[in-house]
Design a protein around this ligand. Structure first.
Ligand SMILES: [Zn+2]
Length: 81
C-alpha cells in the first residue's frame, strides 16, 4: 500500500507541476495518465520522469516531440514555396 501511496503522491506532484506550467506555457497536447504514469499523448509510452521535470507540462515523449518538430519544419518549408 505504501508503494501505491508513494506513486500517487509522485503522480500528484508531477501532474500539479505540469498543470501549473501549462497555464503559463500551454503548448502541445496534454499528457495522458495511464496507471498513474504520465504518458505520451501521441504514442502512449510513459514519459521519463527526468523529461517531465525538465520540461514541465510536456505531453509528448522525446520521439514524438522530435517527429512533431520535424513535421512543423516541413510545414514551414512548404509555406515558403
Ligand atoms: Zn510518444
Amino acid at each position: 500500500m505504501a508503494n501505491e501511496a508513494d506513486r500517487a503522491q509522485i503522480h500528484e506532484e508531477t501532474f500539479r507541476a505540469a498543470s501549473l506550467a501549462r497555464t503559463k506555457n500551454a503548448t502541445g497536447p496534454e499528457p495522458l495518465v495511464i496507471d498513474g504514469q504520465v504518458c505520451c499523448a501521441n504514442c502512449e509510452e510513459p514519459i521519463p520522469e527526468a523529461r517531465l521535470k525538465a520540461l514541465l507540462g510536456v505531453g509528448l515523449c522525446v520521439n514524438c516531440a522530435e517527429e512533431g518538430e520535424a513535421a512543423a519544419e516541413k510545414e514551414e518549408e512548404k509555406e515558403e514555396e
